[in-house]
Ligand binder design. Sequence first.
Ligand code: NAD
Length: 475
Amino acid sequence: MTTTQTLWRSTALIGGRWIKCTRTSDVANPATGRVVGRAGVATPDDADAAVAAAVEAGRVWGRSSAQERSATLAQLADRLRARRDDLVAATVAEVGAPVVVAEESHIDLAIEIIDSFARIAASTPLRERVGHTTTVRRPAGVVACITPWNYPVYQLAAKVGAALAAGCTVVVKPAELTPLGTYLFCDAVLETDLPAGAVNLVPGRGSVLGPALIEHPDVAVVSFTGSTAVGRLVGAQAGRLIKRACLELGGKSASVVLDDADLRAAVTGTVSSAMLNSGQTCSAWTRLLVPRDRYEEAVALAAECADALVVGDPTSRDTDLGPLVSEAQLSTVRAMVDAAVARGARVAAGGTAPIPGLGEGFYHRPTVLADLDRDDPITRDEVFGPVLVVEPHDGDDDAVRLANATEYGLAGAVWSGDEDRAVDVALRMDTGQVDVNGAPFNPLAPFGGWKASGLGRELGSVGFDECIEWTAVQV
Ligand code: NAD
């Protein structure tokens, strides 16, 4: 298997045909800064043509049976599996994700999600009786899927899988930095029985194509994953048009350690969540809240775990952390850490110094910060880099108050020797998902946020229903 994928494209996918764009943009490998690919830059006219193609395909796909939808999604999962090595290599090359992370957390999970929507399409009743009413789930229409750079293929699978399962068609707009995996995903789409135009791809600038898609009268649903700042714009544009917007935004999730927890397991699990994908994971547990009398022990353990991580070449199977996605992202993370240190934070591990021998790439050391004021900005704001803050708490009530004291509410963790007590604390946290004692990710569970972390949910049957409009027929 090759571990880096170069891909030179200059097209948009409209109505089942690759259409040449007049402009292209380069894709850089964040581990080296070198150009490893190229993508087309689509125009608002291309976006219009893509929506028209999706409407046309929707006339066919929207009338398909649940069994046809399920079988075609299973076929798509198979075609993606056949391309697994190329998808992994593209993810290593454009995101900088270490190869093992690219396999497990990006591509295998994406394929599992498409498989899960094949099952959901088959098992979700499209008509149900409620008294004298028949409630009918109908495809909402064209879904505009706008994805970020941190898990590009996974995000695509979550959006496209739900939409196709519901009988909708899509126009996909990937992040400028990471379009390569999306091209490969669309290559797989073209090998399935989906009607031409069921999946369209318009690569290019979000500030140009985003409004063109969101404001298009034939786009019924906007499914956006990205920053809270852009999410606010997208939500406002969609709201003005009374158009559904499913917004998956930022996070600052707390891992709450109760006084009866296995501290080593809790700290180890939290550090690995905080550092996964170089900390560029929206649901990462980036705050470790520990009982005050075990604070120093927890800081030392977290530093030990962070220092043990291997940072380096993402093509190596021994690497735990690759680079951040771009120089701009690296500068943002460094600036946030430097500012926290200037305010008095203790650097228990890592810090902003460059790593010898890795000068060309956008690397940041896995960093653990301690001794922050309770309302220090770095305990509240999303960093989106490999940075964990450790904070002491004074019991369960205090821990819940601290965990909820951010504008976000995407994910979280609770660690305790007593599962009932952990669940009780989990249900007092204003957040979309909570894992107790390191429980694994479940791609069938609804994923999404409270508060500024977003609106709506992705994945599973709840994600499916985001692409459904209901008609209730009384006879
Ligand atoms: P971003 O908001 O900059 O970009 C996301 C997408 O929006 C890109 O495709 C971009 O081109 C597009 N875009 C930019 N301007 C637009 C506009 N005016 N209208 C419409 N679309 C526009 O986010 P990013 O930097 O790519 O991703 C990082 C952010 O995404 C982080 O904040 C992270 O927490 C969040 N994220 C959230 C989830 C989740 O499920 N909640 C998952 C992954 C990432």
